[in-house]
Every structure is written in structure tokens, then in C-alpha cells.
Design a protein around this ligand. Structure first.
Ligand code: GDP
Ligand code: MG
Length: 457
């Protein structure tokens, strides 16, 4: 673990040409170090001040003019004294400012070290710190929404609520062990079981958000499948509104799968253009076809594309065995064929194909709607008030907590283990939740016993 006593510095904005770059400095000597390179150095907290930045103790060696803001700990992002220097962008200026601050006594920060300090100083918990990273990495509205809620503490509150409930049960058991004659044993047993069931249900409710979280982050996989030359690549380009995929009249042009990420609500889409589904003697094309089949296996939605009704039938049959996803029949190049009155319009249920044209744009809005409906059929959009589980770390800890809780319930109900031994499962479940939010406090159980029970009774 890096030394927490060091004062750390880093450029917080992305490198490259830009209007402004922000350099952050944090730690016990932050103000002392900053005042060696800033003239003047502000003496009021949270008041952006225009300063000259220069080499340490050499006001004549000016590097830049910038806005310097001091945040006096603990009222700062890290909880320690912190200085933000907003300087001109580009690669050189911020590098020179960081260099000057290092010469004045700071150490370059490790990745994530500012947020790590925020956690260590109790400004946020681990789950919220992860949300900071998730907000930065979000590439869909769904992922962004989940991260903002997580930073807000929605998930942390749920987790600590469940943990508190478990500690409460532990306290109940401890009380019964210490004062077995004082309470109505049956009532206690029943309330322990009920509290455990409730905690388990709350954990399972969180785990149930995993598919929605995965879709929100990675996009629902929508595969365009069909014979070569059906117009799949042209359709994909038309849907995303730009030419990303090679379109050609030579069958077999798309040999590899091409993924295009498209943000949408409630989930982003990962549109996959594939090689055709026919079997081919060409080795390269054959490999492309195998790739298509792999994508079909994990698709949420398959757009079965073909020009003629016969080809569409064949495609539907070929696809059905290869996917668990919802298959949407799509009649392509409808500008070339007269529409039968029956098939015009939005219908796709009951095998009625959706008529689309990449050339005229006909049917494209209906196609987007059909995709949205099909995705929602596969994974229901998450309830507004339930925070999403977005990380493997969270999933593992919750599964572990659920396992321990089940082990406890079994031991408790079957009386297979003495109560103090069964209770170790309960505490292991609480610890798994603690490891998530980073609130590890062994005194908690004892404190609960004394606070919620009248020992003097
Ligand atoms: N008229 C018309 N031609 C299309 C349409 N979509 C594709 N094409 C043509 O059909 C041929 C094959 O298209 P392509 O997208 O490469 O098919 P893929 O093999 O299924 O990817 C190309 O010559 C396209 O210009 C359409 O909606 N209308
Ligand atoms: Mg193609």
C-alpha cells in the first residue's frame, strides 16, 4: 500500500490538446508545497484565485497563469488538504506544473490514489469509489444511470441495511445464549428465521439485477443473420445512420463479425453484422460462418434477414436452432418488391416479417421498436428503486453472503449445530457484505447487544 503520509500530485484531466488541464495535489503538505509554486497562494478555502505558477521558489520562472483552489481537509474530495490547479491544456503545461510540485516535495500519485484516500478517510465507501470509476467508464446511458445511483449511496445503503439486519439477528442469538430463560424461546426462533429469510430475499433481489446490469454495460447483442447478399450490412449501416460496414454485391464480403455499439434505452445495443449463414467451401468464409454461429448462441435478438419469403423461411429455420434469443423476421430490400397489403406495417409477431429498405429507410423506425421490444422480452428493464449489481466483486460477495445465510438457516432450523456455532455463518455473511462496502468493525455486534437490549432487566 502506498505511503499515506506522502503528498501526491497528478494531472486529473485526460492528456492531449484541450482548453484546460487540472492538476490535483493532496496530502498533509499540500498547501506548503503549492505555495512554493503559486503566487499568490490563496488563503481562503474554495475560492478559485488567479495565480502565477512558477518553478519552486522562483517566481520569475513562470510556467503559466491558472486558477488555484484550496480545499481544507476534511472538506475535500480526499478528506486531506487538497489543491486544484486549473491550468492551460495541452501536454506540456500540466507536465511542467506537476514537475514543479514534485520538485517542491510532492510524489506522483498512483492510479486511483486520490479516491483510495477518500475511502481511507471515510469520505466514501468502496462501492461508491467503484462508482466513480464506473461513471468515467460508462459508455451507455444505462451504465451511467447505474453508476450515478451507486455513487449516491443507493447500493451502499442497501448493503449496509442487510448487514445491520444480520448483526441484529446475531445479537438476538447472543442474547438468548447469555440469558436463555429470559425470553420466549419460540418467538425468538421464529423472528430469527424471518429476519434471515428477509435478508436472503434482499440479497437475491440485488443478484437478480445482474442480467440487466450486464446489458446496460455491454449492450444487448443483436445479430443480423441471413444468406449472403441479403442486405444485412446495408441494413446495419442504415440503422446506425453511417457507413461503418462494407456493403458489396459480391456475396461473402463480410467474413468476420463486425460489432457496432449503439446507445439506446433501456439498454444499449451491440449490433453484430455477420457473414452469411450458408455453408461455404471458402475456408475464410467458412470461419466467418462459424463466428456467426457463436454470436447467435449468445444473442438476445436475431434479425433474420432475407429478400424473398422462401429465403426468409429457410433463414428462420436455420437460425432457430442456433439461438435462445428472440428471432425477428426481416424482409429486406422492400423497395424492390411490391408490398402485399397484409405485410405492410409494423407486424412482426406471428411470423409476419418486418419490411425494410436500407435504400429508402422504410421500416427502419419499426425495426428499432421491434428490437427494443425483443430485448425487453429477454431481460426486463430494472425497477427504478433497485440499485444494480454491476461488478463481479459485488456478485461474488453477495453469493458468498447468500451461501452463508442458507447454511445458517439450515443449521438453525434443523438445530443441527449449537446456536453459537450456527451464528458463525451469520457473521461470515455479514463479513462478506462488509468486505463490499469496506466497513469492517468487529465491535459492531457487541455494541448492538447493549444498545438494543436492556441488559439490566
Ligand atoms: N435496392 C436495395 N438494394 C439493397 C438494399 N440493401 C442492400 N442492397 C444491395 O444488396 C447487395 C448486398 O448488400 P449487403 O449489405 O452487402 O448484403 P450482405 O451480404 O447481407 O451484407 C448490395 O449490392 C447492396 O447495395 C436495399 O434495401 N435496397
Ligand atoms: Mg455483409
Amino acid at each position: 500500500m502506498p505511503n499515506r503520509n506522502d503528498t501526491i500530485v497528478a494531472t486529473s484531466t485526460a492528456p492531449g490538446r484541450g482548453a484546460i488541464a487540472i492538476v490535483r495535489l493532496s496530502g498533509r503538505d499540500a498547501f506548503h508545497i503549492a505555495s512554493a509554486v503559486s503566487k499568490p497562494f490563496p488563503d481562503t478555502a474554495r475560492l478559485a484565485t488567479l495565480c502565477h505558477l512558477h518553478r519552486p521558489h522562483d517566481p520569475a520562472a513562470v510556467i503559466d497563469q491558472g486558477l488555484v483552489t484550496r480545499f481544507d481537509g476534511p472538506a475535500s474530495y480526499t478528506g486531506d488538504d487538497l489543491v486544484e490547479l486549473a491550468v492551460h491544456g495541452g501536454t506540456l503545461v500540466s507536465t511542467l506544473v506537476v514537475e514543479a510540485l514534485v520538485q517542491a516535495g510532492a510524489r506522483p500519485a498512483f492510479a486511483g490514489e486520490f479516491t483510495e484516500r477518500a475511502v481511507l478517510n471515510g469520505k466514501m465507501d468502496l462501492v461508491q469509489a467503484e462508482a466513480v470509476a464506473d461513471i468515467i467508464d460508462a459508455r451507455s446511458r444505462a451504465a451511467h444511470r447505474a453508476a450515478v445511483r451507486q455513487l449516491d449511496g443507493a447500493l451502499s445503503q442497501r448493503l449496509s441495511g442487510i448487514r445491520q439486519a444480520l448483526l441484529q439477528v446475531d445479537a438476538l442469538i447472543a442474547y438468548e445464549i447469555d440469558f436463555p430463560m429470559e425470553d420466549d424461546g419460540t418467538l425468538n426462533r421464529a423472528s430469527v428465521t424471518a429476519a434471515c429469510d428477509d435478508a436472503l430475499a434482499r440479497i437475491e433481489q440485488l443478484l437478480a439485477t445482474l442480467p440487466a446490469a450486464t446489458l446496460g454495460r455491454e449492450g444487448a447483442i443483436v445479430v443480423l443473420a441471413g444468406p449472403p447478399n441479403a442486405g444485412k450490412s446495408a441494413l446495419l449501416n442504415a440503422v446506425i445512420g453511417e457507413s461503418r460496414v462494407l456493403v458489396s454485391e459480391i456475396p461473402g464480403t463480410t467474413r468476420d463479425a463486425v460489432e457496432v455499439f449503439l446507445d439506446d434505452d433501456p439498454y444499449p445495443l451491440c449490433l453484430v453484422d455477420t457473414a452469411g449463414l450458408r455453408t461455404s467451401a471458402d475456408r475464410l468464409e467458412q470461419m466467418g460462418i462459424e463466428v456467426s454461429e457463436r454470436y447467435l448462441a449468445k444473442a438476445q435478438v436475431v434479425l433474420a434477414c432475407a429478400e424473398s419469403p422462401d429465403a426468409l423461411d429457410t433463414t428462420m429455420r436455420a437460425v432457430q436452432g442456433l439461438t435462445q434469443g428472440t428471432v425477428v423476421p426481416v424482409a429486406t430490400k422492400c423497395d424492390l418488391t411490391a408490398s402485399s397489403p397484409r405485410s405492410r406495417g409494423e407486424g412482426t409477431s406471428a411470423g409476419e416479417p418486418l419490411r425494410v429498405s436500407a435504400v429508402t429507410g422504410e421500416g427502419l423506425p419499426q425495426l428499432r421498436d421491434a428490437i427494443r421490444r425483443a430485448v425487453a422480452d429477454q431481460v426486463a428493464p430494472p425497477a427504478e428503486d433497485v440499485p444494480l449489481i454491476t461488478r463481479a466483486r459485488h456478485e461474488h460477495a453477495l453469493r458468498r453472503a447468500a451461501e452463508e445465510l442458507r447454511a445458517f438457516s439450515f443449521a438453525w432450523e434443523s438445530r443441527a449445530l449449537p446456536a453459537p456455532v450456527a451464528a458463525t455463518h451469520l457473521r461470515a455473511a455479514a463479513t462478506a457484505l462488509e468486505s463490499l462496502i469496506g466497513a469492517v468493525d468487529v465491535e459492531d455486534v457487541l455494541e448492538r447487544v447493549f444498545r438494543t437490549f436492556c441488559i439490566g432487566k
